[in-house]
Design a protein around this ligand. Sequence first.
Ligand SMILES: [Zn+2]
Length: 184
Amino acid sequence: MPKTKAGRGGGVRPGLPVDEDGLLVVDGSRNMVVPALVFHELRRVGVRILGRGYWGIAYQTGEALARRAAAEMRTRLGASADSLAIVRELSGWARAHGWGRDEIVSLDLGSASAVVRTHGCAFDAPDAHGRDAECPLSCGFWAGILEVLSGRPTLGEETRCISKGDPYCEFTVGPAPPGGPGPA
Ligand SMILES: [Zn+2]
């Protein structure tokens, strides 16, 4: 009989396909359930050591994840799936995994442009309220998605952020400037 007892002390969480060795495989990829606090601490320590350099690391991490996720979603949905369907699937995936709820405000692949809002963004740390946007990983993610779907280099900017007191985080993606170095 499989051990599925919930609760503290090492029981397997019901509803999560975690095996006895602690492997949680979802859609063919290994996953971890981590508190958002892990990302908040990573940001705090990253900024303390690297300053703004942390943003570049997180942004490019988001871009890399997006390239992979978009390619996998394209394979799963089939070659005929349109780009909006891929974006909606990725957005649904993020919501189902507790990252927040995305609102696609605009999407224009012809100009490699999009505006996406995230309500209840998981990356906003309670102690981060200030002047800086705090969600470069999400920003890089959306820039990467637009890059894959449009086939053009993109650049994203977080124009509004819950951490700055805005009601939601808003990511604006557009084509990268010609010859530009990409995100700082
Ligand atoms: Zn934000």
